[in-house]
Design a protein around this ligand. Structure first.
Ligand code: NAG
Ligand code: NAG
Length: 260
């Protein structure tokens, strides 16, 4: 308010002084004085635009920074939890075609891993049928997930690569069977926290291998990502894998754009 009053007063006094000093130059003096004010206004408004933009930028910047910071804390938390679990890891086994396979060979693919044995009466066939269904559902063009299904035998005494190949042919051509020495299988099971225990043999030398019934999802980096228990349906597993894929791809988008 005071500013406007001064504005009103100033030209008057200027005019008054000019009138006294030099009557003929009133208009030009007034013109100059008004022009000077206009420039000042112009300058001030630009300055305020710049200041506002600057403040806005700082605000937006700090908001993004806080968001990024929050995300990195969450990520660290998650990594710490995953680190605690420490499921999965490197393995070296022999596939059903007699080819030596290392975990690194599957990098870049999503792996769904199931541990079992070919003489398994009900559970393994059920789980392998479910695995076959998961493969088919994911093969639907819209999903676009390259999945490698692996079946790892925990019964090397009976499950030769040939026996595994024959057995898996009943379920799905894309399930790759794996076996190894008892030592290799012990190490692989241990890293996946898979429990297995050979039961007593009956009169026909048949025995059961009690084992953990879980499907493990390993991401394209070779890290364990998720697991699916016996009570999950194929559809639920597919949804779970799709969800993990989206999460994985978002985490790969580096920088602030990934955070947004
Ligand atoms: C494999 O593990 C079982 C018990 O989990 C153990 O009895 C056996 O000695 C181990 N075999 C090898 C070769 O490490
Ligand atoms: C499967 O079982 C576990 C516990 O046994 C339970 O926590 C989980 O919610 C079940 N999942 C489904 C999809 O039913």
């Amino acid at each position: 308010m005071a500013f406007f009053l001064r504005l009103l007063q100033r030209p008057m006094s200027n005019v008054g002084r000019s009138l006294l000093a030099c009557p003929g130059r009133v208009s030009s003096y007034r013109y100059l004085s008004d022009k000077g004010k206009k420039n000042k206004f112009f300058f001030m408004s630009w300055r305020s635009v710049l200041v506002s933009a600057g403040l806005g930028g700082i605000f937006l910047g700090s908001m993004l920074y806080v968001k990024a910071e929050k995300q990195s804390i969450l990520d660290k938390e998650r990594k710490r939890e995953m680190g605690k679990a420490k499921i999965g890891g490197q393995f070296a086994l022999t596939d059903m075609n007699g080819v030596r396979r290392k975990s690194e060979d599957f990098k870049g693919k999503w792996c769904l891993i199931y541990f079992g044995f070919t003489h398994c009466p009900d559970i393994c066939p059920d789980e392998l049928e479910k695995m076959a269904k998961v493969i088919d559902l994911l093969e639907d063009k819209t999903k676009g997930i390259e999945l490698q299904a692996l079946f790892i035998s925990v019964d090397p005494a009976r499950d030769s690569p040939e026996a595994i190949k024959q057995y898996l042919a009943e379920f799905h051509p894309k399930i790759l069977g794996m076996t190894g020495t008892q030592e290799e299988l012990n190490a692989t099971s241990k890293s996946f926290r898979v429990y297995f225990s050979k039961g007593p043999a009956d009169v026909e030398e048949d025995y059961i291998v009690d084992h953990t019934v879980i499907m493990y999802l390993v991401g394209p980096d070779g890290d364990f990502i998720d697991y699916y228990g016996q009570n999950r349906t194929a559809k639920q597993i597919v949804d779970g894998i799709e969800f993990q894929k989206i999460k994985y791809e978002n985490s790969k988008k580096k920088g602030i754009l990934g955070v947004l």
